[in-house]
Design a protein around this ligand. Structure first.
Ligand code: HPA
Ligand code: ZN
Length: 337
C-alpha cells in the first residue's frame, strides 16, 4: 500500500488509551471468550453506536466496552493489537494510557492489567522495534483516596511505568483534586501528564501546570480562550497531545475544518498529533495526520514540525530522542526527493 510522506514517516504516538483501542471485532470476541453479555450482536451495531454529542456520551460507551476485558491475556491481546496496528502507521514510539479503575472494581486483578499490557510492549519491542510504555491513568471523577490506592497498587511496577495521567469527565473535576497524588508520583520518579482543556476551561490547563506540575497537557486545545496562556505555552514549549478526530467526534469543534491545530502551531506551540481512541473516533494516528492535513491545509513543513514535536515531547532519554529525530529527518528528506 502506498503511503504519503507523512504516513510513511517514523512517528511517536503520545495520547492513546489502550481500552479505547478496542476494536468492535475484538470486543465481540472477548465478550464471547469471557462469557460477558453485551447489548450488541455484531460489529456494525457497535459502530452505529459511535455517535457522540459530547465527552460524557463517549465515556459511557467506552466504560461499557471495557467490561469484556477480564484476564491478563485479554490485556496482552488488546495492547498487542494496538501496537501491531500502530506499527503499520510507522509508529516507532508509543506512550499509552491504561486505566486500572476501569477493571479492578469488576474483580480483575491489578496485576492482570499491568502484566498483560507490559508483556505486549516487551514483545512489540522485539517484533517491531517499538519503544514506549504505559501511562497510568486515573479517573478524575473518582476520589483522591481511590487515586492514591491505584498509585499504591502500582508500586511493584514502579520502574516499568512511564508516567501518571488524568482522564475521564473533565468538567467539575479540576486537576487540583489530585495535587497530593501527583506529588507521590513525582517522588516515584514518574513523568506527569493530564487531560486538560478538552471540554474544560483554560484554568484547568493552568492548574495542571502550576499545581500538578505536569510536563505535557493532553488535548489542551481550549487554551485558545486565554491569549496569555497561549503565549505561556509557546514560551515554555509545553507539549499538547492533540487528537483532531477525537475533538471533531466529541464536538469540541463543530467540524474538523474548525480545529485550531494549525493556529496553535502557527502561534509557536509544541503541538503533536495522536489518535486518543481510534475505533471510536474513526482513525489511527495516520488518519489523524492525513485528515487534519486535508481539512486544515497543513503544509509539508507544518506536517514535519508536528512529527518532530512528537519526539521532542516523548518521555524518553535524550540519546533515543536524538536518534529518532535523525531517523525522521532522513526519512523525510528521502520521501520528498
Ligand atoms: N478525554 C477524557 N477521558 C478519556 C478520553 C478523552 O478524550 N479518552 C478516553 N478517556
Ligand atoms: Zn484521551
Amino acid at each position: 500500500m502506498h503511503q504519503s510522506p507523512v504516513e510513511a514517516a517514523p512517528k511517536a504516538e503520545l495520547h492513546i488509551h489502550l481500552e479505547g483501542s478496542l476494536e468492535p471485532d475484538m470486543l465481540l470476541a472477548l465478550a464471547q471468550r469471557n462469557g460477558v453479555s453485551i447489548p450488541y450482536s455484531n460489529a456494525d451495531e457497535l459502530r452505529a453506536a459511535y455517535d457522540f454529542a459530547n465527552l460524557q456520551e463517549f465515556l459511557e460507551l467506552y466504560w461499557a466496552g471495557q467490561s469484556v476485558l477480564r484476564t491478563e491475556r485479554d490485556f496482552y491481546d488488546l495492547a498487542h493489537a494496538y501496537l501491531a496496528r500502530a506499527h503499520r502507521d510507522n509508529v516507532v514510539h508509543a506512550e499509552a494510557y491504561i486505566l486500572p479503575q476501569g477493571h479492578t472494581p469488576r474483580g480483575v486483578p491489578f496485576a492482570a492489567v499491568l502484566d498483560g499490557a507490559l508483556a505486549a510492549f516487551e514483545d512489540a519491542r522485539h517484533a517491531f522495534g517499538i519503544t514506549g510504555g504505559l501511562i497510568l491513568g486515573l479517573n478524575r471523577h473518582e476520589s483522591e483516596a481511590d487515586a492514591l490506592a491505584v498509585v499504591d497498587s502500582a508500586r511493584p511496577w514502579r520502574d516499568r511505568i512511564l508516567a501518571l495521567g488524568l482522564e475521564g469527565p473533565e468538567k467539575g473535576n479540576p486537576p487540583s483534586k489530585f495535587t497530593r497524588i501527583y506529588d507521590v508520583a513525582r517522588d516515584l520518579g514518574w513523568h506527569l501528564t493530564a487531560h486538560a482543556g478538552e471540554e474544560g476551561p483554560p484554568e484547568y490547563i493552568i492548574e495542571a501546570l502550576d499545581v500538578l506540575r505536569v510536563e505535557r497537557i493532553d488535548h489542551g486545545v481550549r487554551c485558545e480562550q486565554d491569549p496569555a496562556l497561549v503565549r505561556r505555552l509557546a514560551e515554555a514549549q509545553v507539549p499538547l497531545t492533540v487528537c483532531p478526530l477525537s475533538n471533531a467526534m466529541l464536538k469540541v469543534f463543530p467540524r474538523l475544518e474548525d480545529h485550531n491545530l494549525r493556529r496553535l502551531l502557527q502561534a509557536g506551540l509544541c503541538v503533536t498529533v495522536n489518535s486518543d481512541d481510534p475505533p471510536y473516533f474513526g482513525g489511527y494516528v495516520n488518519a489523524n495526520y492525513t485528515k487534519a492535513s486535508a481539512a486544515l491545509g497543513l503544509t509539508v513543513d507544518e506536517q514535519y514540525q508536528i512529527l518532530r514535536n512528537g519526539f521532542v515531547a516523548a518521555f524518553i532519554h535524550d540519546d533515543l530522542r536524538s536518534r529518532y529525530l535523525r531517523e525522521l529527518e532522513s526519512a523525510w528528506s528521502a520521501s520528498r526527493q
